[in-house]
Design a protein around this ligand. Structure first.
Ligand SMILES: C[S@@+](CC[C@H](N)C(=O)[O-])C[C@H]1O[C@@H](n2cnc3c(N)ncnc32)[C@H](O)[C@@H]1O
Length: 473
């Protein structure tokens, strides 16, 4: 970003314009709208500027520009038709760290005037950082037609209620919900019709009628990692929450999207590193909701697929805490899609089983007989550590050693890596490529389609396939 868009309050602040002609007059009108204390320096001034001086709106200094004229000003605008004078103004201001704008000379501008859509107090500023002012102006024209004029009075009305609403609703999410309802209500159409007193009464009524806010937990699936795989609902709730309770599986890019001033609580969870016990996580959710907070419990993938979301929701229900559940794209669906591996395929797999490798050492609780059947796909979650057992059990129960397998590490993320091979070498592949968590194992004929389908996919993760796709056979 070449220029940081900020709105400055120029009320009674000293601003200098160097120039006395039409360009200076145009800039003077813009600056005066913001009620700045305006001085102009030039050897002579046009009639309109002289009138402004007579009205007491500006001070005119009739003199050729010299460097010390910029002393004590916050902003300086060079608006002469003389390039040398403009350059001198620029240099004098820069040397003193004063913001300067040289009209029609973008490289000499430390601030610029954007195109403006004015719906006071709502102001929309558009800038192309000086590269394409005509384009910015056209955009402005489009916005002018799109943004209704009653937006200004509506913002005014809302502004009069801000502090009342703030003291009525302690939490941001409740305030936001209240305003969302206001903007969907008749208050808006009353303002539009010009009935501002009626709009005021209705808003007052809504404030009185709204019941006291309660805490709530949003159990949100964040998908496997690519933030663009978030659902709209997940994003909305992440941006409404007072507190976000997350674990390591949620990618950094997704955490960047939570409300900036929400409190963040990490409850860990990596294999062998349960930084917060599940029971304590459950308690935290209940406690926060009972304090009236909107809590976003965000989880990798889908909360109800190997996510312990079911247990958390049970505890919330037991304590009478209100909740919403937002499904997410589970790792099997997301990772396989980004790796070019269809989980079912008429020629290769008629069914799919989701399995956890996070099982007891002998793996006895899994139905290996069923898992080893042909013409199906296994999507194995948390299977990296147990891959030698998984391989041995599947082969022991009849799965062919030549069955294709794929290992997808960091699926859907920029760092995604995919390795393919056959079942007999599953654990060796993992070892050879030092596969790290999170990784998903896919066992079944569909895994062999990766090499055919992944190369032409345009998803950004494709670049990571430049890694050798190797079978250690
Ligand atoms: C505790 S489970 C959570 C599963 C999650 N609830 C879901 O629906 O995807 C964690 C396992 O999911 C798999 N997983 C989750 N995200 C993944 C990703 N981006 N890439 C590969 N595997 C992933 C890995 O097997 C990881 O060990």
């Amino acid at each position: 970003m070449q220029y940081l868009p900020i709105f400055t309050k120029l009320d009674n602040k000293p601003v200098l314009i160097v120039g006395g002609g039409d360009v200076a007059l145009r800039k003077a009108s813009a600056v005066l709208k913001a009620r700045a204390k305006l001085t102009l320096v030039a050897p002579s001034f046009c009639e309109q500027l002289q009138t402004l001086q007579q009205q007491g709106a500006v001070t005119l200094v009739e003199a050729p520009f010299s460097d010390n004229h910029v002393e004590g000003f916050m902003l300086v605008i060079a608006a002469t038709d003389n390039d040398e004078v403009n350059a001198q103004v620029h240099q004098a201001a820069e040397q003193r760290n004063i913001f300067v704008n040289v009209v029609d000379d973008q490289p000499k501008c430390s601030f610029i005037f954007p195109s403006i859509v004015d719906r006071n107090p709502v102001t929309i500023a558009i800038s192309s950082a000086g590269t394409a002012p005509v384009l910015a102006r056209r955009l402005r024209e489009k916005l002018e037609t799109l943004i209704p004029h009653h937006i200004g009075p509506l913002a005014d009305l809302v502004g009069r209620f801000r502090s009342q609403v703030k003291s009525r609703f302690a939490h941001f999410a409740d305030r936001r919900q209240f305003w969302e309802r206001v903007f969907d209500s008749n208050v808006v159409s009353e303002v539009q019709k010009g009935n501002e007193d009626e709009a005021y009464q209705q808003l007052q009524q809504m404030l009185t009628d709204t019941p006291a806010p309660q805490g709530e937990v949003y159990v949100v699936g964040a998908g496997p990692g690519d933030p663009e795989l978030l659902t709209l609902k997940a994003l909305q709730l992440m941006q409404q929450a007072d507190v976000v309770v997350y674990d390591y599986l949620v990618s950094n890019e997704i955490m960047e999207l939570v409300r900036r001033d929400a409190d963040l609580i990490c409850v860990g969870k990596r294999a062998g590193d349960h930084s917060v016990a599940q029971e304590r996580t459950n308690e935290i959710l209940v406690e926060l909701a009972q304090q009236g907070k909107k809590v976003c419990r965000i989880k990798g993938g889908d909360p109800f697929i190997y996510g312990r979301g079911g247990e958390e929701v049970q505890v919330l229900a037991e304590h009478g805490v209100r909740y919403q559940i937002v499904p997410g794209i589970t790792a099997a669906a997301g990772c396989s899609a980004y790796a070019g591996i269809p989980l079912t395929h008429r020629d290769h797999a008629q069914s799919i089983q989701f399995v956890t490798g996070h099982c007891k050492k002998d793996g006895q609780e899994l139905d290996w007989q069923s898992l080893a059947k042909p013409n199906q796909t296994l999507a194995i979650y948390m299977g990296v550590v147990k891959s030698p057992d998984i391989k041995a059990q599947l082969i022991k129960h009849g799965r062919a050693t030549s069955t294709p397998v794929a290992i997808i590490e960091n699926g859907t993320r920029k760092e995604q890596r995919v390795f393919t091979g056959t079942l007999q070498h599953l654990d060796e592949l993992i070892h050879q490529h030092k596969v790290q968590s999170p990784a998903l194992l896919i066992v079944g004929e569909v895994a062999s389609l990766h090499q055919q389908l992944a190369w032409f996919s345009t998803q950004h993760q494709v670049s990571s396939f430049a890694q050798p796709i190797t079978d250690v056979a």
